[in-house]
Ligand binder design. Structure first.
Ligand SMILES: NC(=O)c1ccc[n+]([C@@H]2O[C@H](COP(=O)([O-])OP(=O)(O)OC[C@H]3O[C@@H](n4cnc5c(N)ncnc54)[C@H](OP(=O)(O)O)[C@@H]3O)[C@@H](O)[C@H]2O)c1
Length: 291
């Protein structure tokens, strides 16, 4: 069962408990952008950690963020989690378990540990923590960087509805949130986690086709990106289904109909199923420790 908890455009005031982001790289910073939005307040500020000092200077002059560097302070991650209610682990998947073991002694008893790492189970994080701490896995995607992400959440054995709700409010600052069971998180990853790459791939291909038709790269980029953004916003806001919207631009015996027939001849519908199945099979290989 899945629950659609929170919609994007969370413009009303949001008050969050103290949040720590361990590993403020690409994904950590995308989440941070949401926490720094004008309508969001975070009690006792936001804590971030990184390995190298260069990254940490980026937060100079931001009074809401306290930053630590692990290469300068071996206690950095433990210091950052002390007093934090929501602790987001955003390092590479290979380092998650080691990080969880490192911070365990510093965590508050009522804290929630959230891992955004692909393929690392709640059970392995719970084992590393070796305490009855609520663990939640999150699978955000890169449009979170512009507040239009889609995040899947799955609870571990010590996490309940209140923990999920608290973490939903954090990810709602960067887009939409869907709660699923952990066994469905890999399937969700093949749709919304990898999904932006499928869309970028289609944009690339349509731009290449436009250039073949004689448009300059700049013209092709304008035509294609505007069309993708307009069509996806239209689909998101229209009462009509994507099929009905497609039919509305497909006159019988017209040009679009020929184009759609060419997609069908190229087995486009099957290609989407094959691609997501291949991604799911790979997620299972990774979970079994295959490189
Ligand atoms: N990017 C995505 O599209 C995406 C989507 C969904 C989920 N994720 C997940 O997000 C996680 C991070 O990915 P990313 O793309 O954001 O990687 P990234 O840009 O390399 O960020 C990782 C960050 O972790 C820091 N770090 C490394 N070891 C640390 C430690 N022991 N303590 C504190 N900080 C440490 C690194 O600092 P230094 O740079 O100073 O070493 C870096 O800032 C991964 O687990 C990935 O599966 C990413």
């Amino acid at each position: 069962m899945s629950t659609h908890i929170v919609d994007a455009a969370f413009a009303e005031p949001t008050h969050l408990p103290c949040v720590a982001i361990l590993g403020a790289g690409s994904m950590g910073r995308a989440i941070l952008t949401g926490l720094l939005a004008p309508n969001v307040t975070v009690a006792d500020g936001i804590r971030v950690t990184n390995r190298s000092a260069e990254r940490a200077t980026d937060f100079d002059g931001e009074p809401r963020v306290t930053s630590w560097v692990t290469s300068l302070d071996a206690d950095a991650n433990r210091a950052a989690v002390r007093g934090a209610r929501i602790v987001i682990l955003a390092v590479k998947p290979a380092h998650i378990v080691e990080l969880a073991a490192d911070i365990s002694s510093g965590l508050e008893p009522d804290s929630i540990v959230v891992s955004v790492a692909a393929g690392v189970t709640c059970a392995s994080i719970e084992a590393a923590l070796n305490r009855d701490i609520a663990v939640i896995r999150a699978m955000p995607n890169t449009p979170a960087a512009i507040g239009q992400g889609m995040t899947g959440l799955a609870a571990g054995r010590f996490a309940g509805a209140t923990h999920l709700e608290a973490v939903s409010h954090v990810f709602a600052t960067v887009g939409d949130v869907l709660v699923v069971t952990e066994e469905r998180l890999d399937a969700l990853t093949t749709i919304s986690g990898s999904g932006p790459a499928y869309v970028f791939y289609m944009i690339e291909q349509l731009e290449a086709a436009a250039i073949d038709l004689g448009f300059s790269p700049e013209e092709a980029a304008l035509l294609v990106r505007s069309t993708f953004s307009g069509a996806s916003n239209y689909a998101a806001h229209s009462e009509m289904s994507p099929r009905e919207l497609r039919r509305a631009v497909t006159s019988p015996n017209g040009t679009t109909e020929r184009a759609i027939a060419a997609f069908d001849d190229a087995h486009f519908p099957q290609a989407f199923r094959d691609a997501t199945k291949a991604a799911l099979a790979r997620a299972r290989e990774l979970a079994e420790g295959k490189s």
